[in-house]
Design a protein around this ligand. Sequence first.
Ligand SMILES: NC(=O)c1ccc[n+]([C@@H]2O[C@H](COP(=O)([O-])OP(=O)(O)OC[C@H]3O[C@@H](n4cnc5c(N)ncnc54)[C@H](O)[C@@H]3O)[C@@H](O)[C@H]2O)c1
Length: 416
Amino acid sequence: MRVAAIGQGYVGLPLSIAIASSGHTLYAVEIDPVRFESLRACRSYIVDVTDEELRRETENERYVPMANLAEVPEVDVYLISTPTPLTDDKRPDLTYVDRALAQVASVARPGALIVVESTVYPGAIRQHVAPLFERLSGLKSGVDVFFAYSPDRVDPGRDAVLCDVPKLVSGLDDQALEAIRTFYGTVFKEVVPVSSCEVAEFTKLLENTFRYLNIAFVNELSKATSAMNISLREVISAASTKPFGFMPFHHGPGVGGHCLPNNVHYLNHALGSAGHKSHLLNAAAEINESMPRHVMQRLAASLRRQGKSLQGATVLILGVAFKSGVADSRNSPAFAIGAELVSMGTTVKVTDPWLGIDMDSDTFKAVELTADECRHADAVVLVTDHEEIDYETVLASSNLIFDCRGMLNAAEVEQL
Ligand SMILES: NC(=O)c1ccc[n+]([C@@H]2O[C@H](COP(=O)([O-])OP(=O)(O)OC[C@H]3O[C@@H](n4cnc5c(N)ncnc54)[C@H](O)[C@@H]3O)[C@@H](O)[C@H]2O)c1
């Protein structure tokens, strides 16, 4: 098949390589000029795709980077993997999907299958995406073109082969479902059809919100257990010995990334449209979003015990990516913690082996991790526990270490 994949990010690029590796011809459309040039040079910027994979599929002419969809030859399938952020008032923002859809509308021919991979709210494909496309293109869904929804389940940095993860598929009509099922049957080991796009849309939000809620639960517990002098990490580890009915989640400095902090609001929006106000989702968002301030307050208390205050202090934040093993800092709690500290009159420096020192920020200075930087800081806060951090230097040179991840076991380290 000939496929055009719009958006070559954390979702689009690994998916495109998997499709090209399965023998299809994939036109990879990327609007960001820096990313596009990187693709043309076979340099991957996504942790789950190697330069070798990119080179192999490019040389085989199965992976073809394109800057503009209008220049792509006629294809059978369009995939949309563009961002789905929140508006300022935390409502779903489908602007990027709409723009991609407008581009598809200007080139798609009858018979095309249009697959949305981005996370959307239940009802979005039927009530928003398909009608918008029909208005823009004059083509009719279910007659001329076919709409499918197949939420991506990639977890960047996790050592999992994409094609081994069962792929959920759904369609607006029987023909769309059959088309997506057949297509992804050539790429994924297992394809899981569901009865409607709404079920697939809801399933994706359920999967991510399940994690978000459980993290909120342990985050809330952590606020009390530290005052009770109980190690919550030891409690979680003890509970994990139960072979059924328990799944460990760990508290931390907040929840970042493009997905989890957004998806809870997508689900909340969907429940709200059905006239339901979710106390649980709102409480979870409040708890997780309060963690950066909690870290700042705990750090202030630790410094006070040393006769210091945040005002005028220098704090070095270790790890800016939203989780370990990735270079993605979207919605990272490191920024929120940094902002809390700056508001208290603290000088904030940041260091991250995955992000280098090109992290531009008006408020924080990015530095290399050195013994001198640790020594000159009044406190070092471990926000993201990348394996590549030189923990020996941190332990040997820091005045005060505040560990948000339970990574450092030394007695003198303060734990969140
Ligand atoms: N990141 C994850 O782990 C993950 C996992 C599952 C689902 N998702 C969902 O997948 C979607 C994409 O997320 P992501 O993390 O891959 O985002 P991303 O920002 O890494 O990638 C999106 C890419 O699309 C490009 N783009 C935007 N509009 C375009 C257009 N009109 N034409 C061509 N390229 C365009 C951007 O430049 C960017 O490179 C979101 O809905 C997200 O919620 C993400």
